[in-house]
Design a protein around this ligand. Structure first.
Ligand SMILES: Nc1ncnc2c1ncn2[C@@H]1O[C@H](COP(=O)(O)OP(=O)(O)O)[C@@H](O)[C@H]1O
Ligand SMILES: [Mg+2]
Length: 285
């Protein structure tokens, strides 16, 4: 679990305030000095250090001495804030088990109105440089903490799902808070794990959905067999945070790469020869 559910439930009001103050102050400080936290929370120094100690023990906050003394949220702390909000809104009642993990996310099953999926975006420090080059939404500031990068990534994905559902077969977007997207649970498996009986039909269906997204102004930009899920009757396109507008100067080229990735997979695994130009023309229409 990103953070044990009982930690979220048993969090003291002061501890919640400290997490919220850290979140706000991290816009300005990589490591938030104690004095800033004191004035932001109005807690006495002894109360504040006690609460910070508990948050550090729960692995929600980190303390660093260099380059100067300060405190910062770590993923668990940010997860807690998002889960707290989503629980209060009634979107989520209980967190279940982890069903997926990628370079920049962790995906969990949860109970909301039925089974839902929580995708925790984790645009971490290591992938930060690459992400900034790949994606348009990273401002050119030196201090752009992972919490805000992760929240932007979640917002991008949520916006795409809102725009595409239901015209395109994607998960139903339910809610978003901070770096967490709540969406419907897809009862399928990744394309890489399926042995298709009618691969040609599935390939056509994928291209139809890529075309549907294109008509709505969206290019996936990270499409491959890993971001397609299937069951016996249907396929879904998932994982949208890096999508671009069809008006983007490189949209055609990126669309071509998306389509090529899919065609390559069907060629290697099922021996289907589908000319790239023909497939791209189908998508662009
Ligand atoms: N809505 C969903 N329903 C069921 N499983 C999902 C859903 N979204 C993601 N997953 C699972 O989690 C994995 C990672 O999700 P994905 O959105 O591709 O993120 P990443 O950026 O980490 O690749 C997927 O390959 C899939 O197995
Ligand atoms: Mg993926």
């Amino acid at each position: 679990m990103p953070v044990p559910a009982e930690y979220v439930r048993s969090l003291h009001a002061y501890e919640l305030n400290v997490l919220l103050a850290l979140e706000r102050l991290m816009r300005r400080y990589r490591w938030v000095p104690l004095e800033m936290l004191r004035s932001a929370t109005n807690l006495s120094e002894s109360e504040l250090t006690y609460r910070l100690g508990r948050l550090i023990d729960m692995d929600m906050v980190r303390y660093e001495k260099v380059p100067y003394e300060g405190y910062a949220l770590v993923f668990n702390g940010y997860d807690t804030l998002a889960l707290h909000t989503l629980t209060r809104r009634g979107t989520v009642q209980a967190l279940g088990s982890r069903i997926g993990v990628g370079k920049e996310s962790e995906v969990y099953e949860a109970m909301g109105l039925g089974v839902v999926v929580l995708k925790f975006h984790r645009v971490g420090q290591r992938s930060f440089q690459a992400a900034r080059i790949k994606r348009g939404y990273m401002p050119e500031t030196r201090h752009w903490p992972w919490i805000f990068a992760s929240a932007s990534s979640a917002k991008m994905e949520y916006d795409a799902l809102k725009r595409l559902h239901p015209a395109v077969s994607v998960p139903l977007p339910i809610d978003r808070n901070r770096h967490v997207v709540v969406m419907s649970f897809i009862p399928g498996v990744n394309l890489t794990r399926a042995v298709l009986e009618e691969p040609q039909e599935v390939l056509e269906e994928i291209l139809q959905n890529v075309a549907g997204a294109y008509r709505l102004g969206v290019v996936h930009a990270d499409l491959s067999e890993f971001n397609v899920m299937v069951d016996e009757a249907q396929c879904w396109l998932i994982d949208w945070p890096q999508w671009i507008e069809t008006t983007h100067p490189n949209a055609r080229e990126i669309l071509r790469r998306d389509v090529e990735n899919v065609l390559r997979y069907f060629r290697r695994k099922y021996g289907i020869e589908y000319p790239l130009d023909e497939a791209v023309a189908r998508v662009i229409g």
